[in-house]
Design a protein around this ligand. Structure first.
Ligand code: URA
Length: 231
């Protein structure tokens, strides 16, 4: 893997900050100064400021995101982030985004390649949301959601839509545009009051209260990788 990714995974610094360390000549690979395009194998010896760096295990965490935490690794406004909730070693970052007032299933990982694949529209990860709306859901609205909604950044793909009550709906989508569910429902005249992601890539929140997290089981990690490995 690339040297900056290796340093990030080892918890030394973010990839960008690792690039700064590399450019400053503070990183040696097998005794030679590392370059931005240096690739590192398991057997290579990497040192930062003369201290050997131990590669870290891959970690994939499923968090039941509570309301009020922003989905970033660090927030310039000092708000609480999802990263504050989970263990800091190894350092993990969120895969994709949930709005600050959205609750539900969120993956965090230090596996950059997996995070990239999961977030890539090509792989069409299935995300299931439960939305509570202001107003009444009708069959006509369900039909529109199942057909696709015209948004200002283009039409959405057909969603799976299931009525849960007069103003509660379950929506399953494969895209991941900004504020997509809120915008889809707003577009049919139903502003969202509460939004919860109940499922992500086949994972549910069974056994996790808001604010709780767990490591994925090896079989779950294998399934995520298998289903999304490029041909
Ligand atoms: N769609 C939204 O509008 N908000 C989210 O947090 C996730 C999906």
């Amino acid at each position: 893997m690339r040297l900056n990714a290796y340093l990030a995974r080892a918890g030394i610094a973010s990839r960008r900050k690792s690039d700064d360390l590399i450019k400053a000549g503070r990183v040696l690979v097998n005794g030679e100064p590392g370059q931005l395009n240096t690739f590192v194998e398991k057997t290579d010896r990497v040192e930062v400021d003369g201290r050997e760096v131990a590669a870290q295990q891959l970690a994939i965490i499923l968090l039941h995101k509570p309301v009020g935490h922003v989905t970033t690794a660090s927030d310039p406004h000092g708000r609480r982030t999802v990263v504050d909730i989970v263990p800091s070693n190894p350092r993990v970052v969120p895969v994709g985004r949930l709005d600050v007032d959205t609750t539900g299933a969120l993956l965090l990982t230090n596996d950059g390649a997996l995070a990239h694949t999961l977030a890539h529209p090509k792989y069409g990860v299935e995300k299931t949301y439960v939305a509570e709306v202001d107003g009444e859901l009708t069959n006509e609205v369900l039909k529109q959601l199942r057909t696709g909604i015209e948004l200002d950044d283009g039409p959405t793909a057909p969603a799976k839509a299931r009525l849960l009550g007069r103003n509660r709906i379950e929506l399953t989508i494969h895209e991941g545009r900004n504020h997509q569910v809120k915008r889809m429902l707003e577009a049919v005249g139903l502003p969202v009051r509460r939004l919860h992601r109940s499922g992500y890539a086949g994972l549910t929140l069974e056994g996790l209260e808001p604010g709780q997290w767990r490591k994925l089981e090896p079989f779950e990690v294998r399934r995520l990788r298998r289903e999304r490995s490029p041909e």
